[in-house]
Design a protein around this ligand. Structure first.
Ligand SMILES: [Zn+2]
Ligand SMILES: [Zn+2]
Length: 121
């Protein structure tokens, strides 16, 4: 028997002891609970799998808006548009930046951040 397989056996044994102790602790803490050790293990595995699934979903779709340039015009590489937030505040600032997710043009500072915080985005 190699050293690695011996450690593997010890690890598996310790893991079994941990799961069994958790099961005993659960039975102790919730009197009247009718749950077999097998049901407890299945429940545990399902919960661990659901945690992993949630993580992949979160990583794949970051809830964040990024700035981009306005589309080009005949005269300019990055078109100039009025900043929607400045217009709301009675100013006439123009900008080359926009948020593609919200489909609005915004000054990069400070309107871009301000607009998204105000709208909870
Ligand atoms: Zn946005
Ligand atoms: Zn602005």
């Amino acid at each position: 028997m190699s050293l690695f397989s011996r450690y593997k056996k010890i690890f598996c044994y310790l893991l079994e002891v941990c799961i069994l102790n958790s099961y005993r602790a659960r039975l102790f803490c919730t009197p009247g609970l009718r749950q077999t050790f097998l049901d407890f293990r299945i429940n545990l595995v399902e919960q661990l799998l659901s945690i992993t699934k949630d993580h992949t979903v979160k990583r794949r779709r970051p809830a964040r808006h990024y700035h981009a340039y306005n589309p080009p015009t005949l005269k300019r590489v990055h078109g100039l548009r009025k900043c929607i937030l400045c217009v709301q505040n009675g100013k006439n600032n123009v900008t080359v930046f926009r948020c593609p997710d919200c489909d609005v043009s915004l000054c990069i500072l400070p309107c871009f951040e301000k607009y998204h915080i105000e709208n909870g985005l």
